[in-house]
Design a protein around this ligand. Structure first.
Ligand SMILES: [Fe+2]
Length: 382
């Protein structure tokens, strides 16, 4: 069996890492940087150190600060058109998952004919993209190191991914200072998304020793730091650990894809309007209890990372991990199950059907799942 571990070539990590943006863009041989972000990031003043660094290196730049929370085809096209008009020779994405997903989708349209829906799925993008630099401002999606852009399909309203190795950044700046302003509930949701990435990649059928290495360390870092970062957003060590965790988890799932938790979570109707990380957290115990009989040894390791004491068989320990996950969720203020977050029971059937059809995700899940099984599971854990 052939395994591939694809990755970005360079990460600059540390407090103040954003100040190396100008030097890194120069190193890439670029002079006209198109910055993609959202209105919130611009309002928080997080662009200022980026602009200062680019100006100091004589890089000309333009800013698109209209990335949407759920990037639509229209907003992506608008972003790509603006970058084209600016004659960008590189793209800088700065923000949470949505601005980075918008930047990636715009990169595709800068060197490939639109619309973006032509490229949903695995490796459908024919032409390479311009050089990209990504700078995350939240510790969660890991989008800065992945080859996927998650978008809303304009035809169906469902979330779908464009996966292409052309979407890997040429350089990523990881600056924990940028995450200090995240309020506790966002810290909790995004941090749980990172944990679920690492867990779903770790237990998945496509896992390898390389992905196990990054995923285990990502889960350890979340387990050690999420409560602290939630309790005190100014805890520098906890913020630093969480940012590494999210990036490591991104490296893991970018190779393997995710599993049933993401399949279900991304299949909820967009009308539910729930943040991605919140849904991942709410569904985590459900995914663990469904999957643990298929991969008890791996789930036992997850359980121990979450603080469970080993007992009896691997499956016994694995099951203790579900309680440990519920404890973690309680500590960071997230209720498990979908009912608590206002998802109506009538949405479960359609969600189960769409989840069973999310081949990219279900194919990696350690336990097979059809629509009926997923519906029963959702009802049991509602
Ligand atoms: Fe996710």
């Amino acid at each position: 069996m052939i395994h591939v571990f694809n990755n970005i070539p360079k990460i600059v990590y540390g407090f103040g890492a954003i100040s190396s943006a100008g030097a890194e863009i120069t190193r890439l041989g670029c002079q006209r940087a198109f910055i993609v972000t959202d209105p919130g990031i611009a309002a928080l003043g997080l662009l200022k150190p980026l602009e200062a660094s680019l100006s100091a290196a004589s890089i000309t730049f333009d800013i698109f600060d209209k990335a949407e929370l759920e990037p639509s085809a229209a907003s992506i096209q608008q972003c790509a058109d603006a970058a084209k008009a600016f004659k960008a020779d590189c793209v800088i994405g700065i923000g949470g998952g949505s601005p980075l997903d918008t930047a990636k989708a715009a990169l595709i349209l800068l060197s490939n004919e639109g619309g973006i829906e032509k490229y949903f799925g695995m490796n459908m993008v024919p032409n390479p993209c311009l050089p990209a630099m990504f700078i995350p401002t939240a510790a969660g999606t890991g989008s800065e190191v992945t080859s996927i852009s998650v978008l809303t399909n304009p035809q169906t309203g469902a979330k779908q991914g464009v996966v292409s190795e052309y979407l890997y950044a040429r350089v990523v700046l990881l600056d924990p200072e940028l995450t200090f302003g995240l309020p506790p509930h966002i810290t909790a949701m995004t941090g749980m998304d990172a944990f679920v990435h690492a867990m779903e990649s770790f237990v998945g059928l496509a896992a390898t020793p390389l992905t196990d290495a990054v995923n285990l360390q990502a889960m350890r870092l979340v387990s050690a730091n999420l409560r602290k970062a939630y309790a005190n957003g100014g805890d520098t060590n906890a913020r630093a650990g969480m940012l590494y965790a999210a990036t490591l988890a991104g490296m893991g799932f970018s190779q393997t894809q995710n599993g049933i938790i993401h399949a279900v979570g991304t299949s909820l109707p967009s009308s539910c309007g729930l943040p991605h990380g919140l849904v991942m957290a709410a569904l985590a115990p459900m995914g663990m209890s469904y999957n643990c009989i298929a991969a008890p040894e791996k789930y036992a390791q997850v359980a121990e990372i979450l603080g469970a004491t080993p007992c009896g068989t691997a499956l016994d320990t694995a099951r203790k991990g579900i309680d440990a996950m519920r404890d973690l969720l309680a500590d960071v203020g997230i209720a498990h199950g979908l009912k608590a977050h206002g998802v109506a029971r009538e949405h479960l059937e359609g969600t189960a059907q769409r989840a069973a059809g999310a081949k990219r995700l279900i194919d990696n899940n350690p336990r097979k799942a059809n629509a009926q099984q997923i519906l029963s599971l959702l009802e049991d854990h509602y």
